[in-house]
Design a protein around this ligand. Structure first.
Ligand code: NDP
Length: 248
């Protein structure tokens, strides 16, 4: 797989899965815009790691849930780089709780970042990719968007919604050479999952046929495939990367 000359933007590229995606795309030759919202130190570290390995990257700060910030950031990106070839909608948050106790704020925050965030950036990439007659959009959903999860109604709903967005955008952009796909991780070791108790982790582990937790690099490999020419004829699909935890 060769991504030389491609411009990629990864939302939430500062940490976890997004960081691994940035490293992978850069290793394959893409110039990577590493987005973050609140941790410039982490984003700088991702860029430094890419540069040390001989790749090309820069940071770009914006809140994915804020349409104005997203539009402004894309304007700047397009002015600086001239195009956008690969968009990875990875930024995401959790605000877990049982429905009975879930506050409206927790619902809204998760929807704004995980679902509206992807809508904001797809909208900003739509015209440039259409004009280029080519592009790759990859949305990071989740196993729980398919299976549901007690305590994650907001997050599961946002991730399931992301699949509807993926398929609709794929249909709209198909004749323009733009593919839109999703990757659904199972349980991946990152800051997001480090918050969970040992009991919860052990329960999850017991539900994974391979008996292993996933690493961010497992997701990055699937994203790289979808971003590459190898996936030319794949659109509106989801790749489950979960050790067999859910078989779609
Ligand atoms: P982390 O919590 O490790 O990292 C989250 C990233 O998202 C950070 O880079 C953070 O930036 C960024 N971010 C958060 N809010 C915003 C925002 N409003 N605007 C821009 N960037 C933002 O998460 P993971 O790496 O674990 O998860 C990445 C994606 O994968 C998410 O969409 C998550 O839902 C999904 N996923 C993760 C799974 C897992 O097991 N870890 C399983 C299934 C799906 P900053 O550093 O500035 O805070």
């Amino acid at each position: 797989m060769d991504l030389s000359g491609k411009i990629a933007l990864v939302t939430g590229g500062s940490r976890g899965i997004g960081r691994a995606v940035c490293l992978k795309l850069a290793a394959l030759g893409a110039k990577v815009a590493v987005n973050y919202v609140s941790r410039p130190d982490a984003a700088d570290d991702t860029v430094a790691t890419i540069k040390e390995a001989g790749g090309d990257a820069f940071t770009i700060q914006f809140d994915i849930g804020d349409a104005t910030q997203v539009q402004d950031a894309f304007k700047k990106l397009l002015a600086d780089c001239g195009r956008i070839d690969i968009l990875v909608n990875n930024a995401g948050i959790t605000r877990d709780g049982l429905l009975l106790k879930m506050k409206e704020e927790a619902w809204d925050q998760v929807m704004d970042t995980n679902l509206k965030g992807a809508f904001n950036s797809i909208k900003a990439a739509y015209r440039p990719m259409m004009k280029q007659r080519g592009g790759r959009i990859i949305n990071i959903t989740s196993v729980v968007g398919f299976s549901g999860n007690a305590g994650q109604a907001n997050y599961s709903a946002a991730k399931a919604g992301l699949m509807g967005l993926t398929k609709s955008a794929a249909r709209e952009l198909a004749t323009r050479g733009v593919t839109v796909n999703a990757v659904a991780p199972g349980y991946i070791v990152t800051d997001m999952t480090s918050e969970l108790s040992e009991d919860v982790k052990n329960k999850v582990l017991s539900e994974i046929p391979m008996g292993l937790l996933g690493e961010p690099e497992d997701i990055a490999s699937a994203v790289a495939y979808l971003a590459s020419d190898e996936a030319r004829y794949v659109t509106g699909q989801v790749i489950h990367v979960n050790g067999g935890m859910f078989m779609g």
